[in-house]
Design a protein around this ligand. Structure first.
Ligand SMILES: Cc1ncc(COP(=O)(O)O)c(C=O)c1O
Length: 356
């Protein structure tokens, strides 16, 4: 059975916005656009015209990259928008719940709150390298649990969920919940994307982004992949013309083979630097733990996190300290070799690096 039955009943049959027709080589007097070509920028498409409601060429290119059918993909303004869309589409305010693991990416909680959805949190343990316990997720679900967010690799812990465990979760929940796998960092690990499971599981949604491995955070482009009937509903909820012409064209360009090859080399360099930093960081006396990571960051535990943050800031290096359960931890994004050297110098000024 399709998980469209989990979509909010008040919007289940909703049609997409009926946008003005766009036909090449016609006189377009149907969209209240300006006839004056805007002289700003050097784009292939005229900026005085609305962009495509859903950019087809981009959709096709991204479906190819992410390994799903074109009608199984909706392109979004970053995967952040996809998180918002999914929660708004599936959760009735004051009634339905969203299950998340903790610690994880805070935007799930943020958008659940905006939508008035109840949050169910399942803690993961630093002693078990923050591994997701699928039995704990299953136990925490109740009849209202519409969505389960699985961030893999997880931000900020860098942990991935094993494929067999993800499949167990998909099977056990069946059409009772949609399982949303957020793969923002998947290119930095060695696991294959859950999109390969789309043919087998009707309750799977996969989030992808161009912000990390493709180095395109400024363009705001991501996607949600899932069953075509669910993607149709998400598309009806999304704003028309969601992606601006300059973004569409830049993303088309970054998906060309030569650009993809460059991005892949950059990912390889990041992974090398991550492993180098992992060893180097473990050498400082005040660093008591460096967790393994499948992402482009490392989570470390330190003796005095505020002091480390202050000292790095004084050396012009910004790190991320979250507080709460991670009060003694710091997340470090992997930079270029030079940036990472600057980080090590800043940490070195705190003293306590062992020899060698
Ligand atoms: C796990 C995870 N998902 C999604 C996002 C959102 O990415 P974007 O909206 O740039 O695609 C981030 C950003 O840091 C993230 O860490």
């Amino acid at each position: 059975m399709s998980i469209t039955r989990l979509v909010r009943p008040d919007i289940r049959g909703m049609q997409a916005y009926d946008a003005a027709e766009q036909v090449d080589d016609t006189v377009r007097l149907n969209a209240n656009e300006s006839p004056r070509q805007c002289p700003i920028g050097n784009f292939r498409r005229p900026l005085n015209r609305y962009p495509e409601v859903r950019p087809q060429k981009l959709q096709k290119a991204l479906a190819g990259r992410f390994g799903c059918a074109v009608d199984e993909l909706l392109v979004t303004r970053g995967s952040s928008e996809a998180i918002d869309l999914v929660i708004r589409t599936f959760c009735q305010a004051g009634k339905d719940s969203v299950l998340v693991t903790s610690p994880s990416f805070s935007m799930y909680r943020h958008y659940a709150r905006v939508q008035g959805a109840r949050l169910i949190e399942v803690r993961t343990s630093p002693e078990k390298d923050f591994a997701i316990d699928v039995d704990a997720l299953l136990d925490a679900c109740d009849d209202t649990t519409r969505l389960i967010f699985v961030c893999s690799p997880n931000n900020p812990t860098g942990t991935s969920l094993e494929s067999a465990e993800l499949e167990r979760l998909l099977r056990e929940r069946g059409d009772a919940s949609a399982i949303v796998v957020d793969e923002a960092y998947i290119e930095f690990g060695d696991k294959s994307s859950a999109t390969r499971l789309l043919d087998r599981y009707d309750n799977l949604l996969v989030l992808r982004t161009l912000s990390k491995a493709l180095g395109f955070a400024g363009a705001r482009c991501g996607a949600v992949a899932g069953p075509a009937d669910v993607v149709r509903v998400l598309s009806a909820v999304q704003a028309p013309y969601a992606l601006a012409t300059p973004v569409v064209e830049c993303v088309e360009d970054v998906l060309e083979a030569d650009q993809l090859a460059l991005a892949e080399r950059a990912v390889e360099a990041t992974v090398r630097e991550r492993e180098r930093l992992r060893t180097a960081l473990a050498d400082y006396d005040f660093v008591t733990k460096v967790w393994p990571s499948d992402a482009n960051f490392l989570l470390i535990r330190v003796v005095d996190a505020p002091r480390v943050m202050r000292q790095c800031a004084a050396h012009n290096v910004l790190l991320r300290h979250f507080g709460g359960d991670l009060d003694d931890c710091i997340r470090i994004s992997i930079g270029s070799r030079d940036e990472n050297e600057q980080l090590l110098r800043a940490l070195g000024s705190l003293g306590g690096a062992s020899d060698g």
